[in-house]
Design a protein around this ligand. Structure first.
Ligand code: 2AM
Length: 173
């Protein structure tokens, strides 16, 4: 019998106020038949781990415990659209170095417990809508996201899509 697994990722989770603003942008920019992310599911992934055995979770959480979570401001000032996966996203033309550093530290921390992330460049973005067939990339009035910590989230997938559960939260020093 296979060991039970769970699907997890480290992320930044916006406050409800920021999430609401992003959701409104999504409603304006997405194609009408796109699938908008629910407001409470909006997030920025720092490290997508994927399926792991449940008994790996303590070691993964310990990585979050050891990190010094930075405080920074993320200016979300552009909307983009990736045709290959039909994602409409919000991002920044000048993301703070702290974010890439954070993603790098998570990645190396995970490496020490035997988890190697996909070798993709870190492109900080908040997915706003999926199955969005068209949208034009635009510069927007910046949404100023005061980053004050991060989370470890669990992704539960069912017929209606993904549901996320925040398993742990860390606050910036
Ligand atoms: P996306 O929004 O750009 O699809 C939960 O699935 C989160 O992990 C999403 O933010 C998703 O990014 C991100 N993610 C990164 N790599 C992934 C992968 N290989 N499979 C699923 N989600 C991934």
């Amino acid at each position: 019998v296979a060991a039970p697994t769970t699907r997890v990722f480290f992320a930044l989770w916006p406050s409800p106020a920021i999430a609401n603003r992003l959701h409104q942008l999504a409603r304006k920019a997405a194609a009408t038949d796109a699938r908008l992310m629910r407001v409470d599911t909006l997030h920025l992934t720092l490290a997508f781990i994927g399926d792991v055995a449940l008994d790996c979770l303590p070691a993964i959480e310990a990585i979050g415990d050891r990190l010094v979570w930075p405080r920074c401001t993320l200016h979300l000032d552009q909307l983009g659209h990736w045709p290959h996966n039909q994602i409409l996203w919000a991002g920044s033309q000048s993301p703070p170095d702290a974010l890439a550093n954070l993603a790098g530290e998570l990645s190396s921390g995970l490496q020490t417990i035997g988890i190697t992330l996909a070798a993709r460049p870190f492109v900080p973005h908040v997915t706003l809508a999926r199955r969005c067939r068209q949208a034009s990339a635009t510069v927007i009035e910046p949404v100023e996201w005061a980053v004050e910590g991060g989370v470890l989230a669990v992704s539960h997938r069912d017929a209606s899509g993904a549901r996320y559960e925040i398993r742990r939260r860390w606050t910036a020093a």
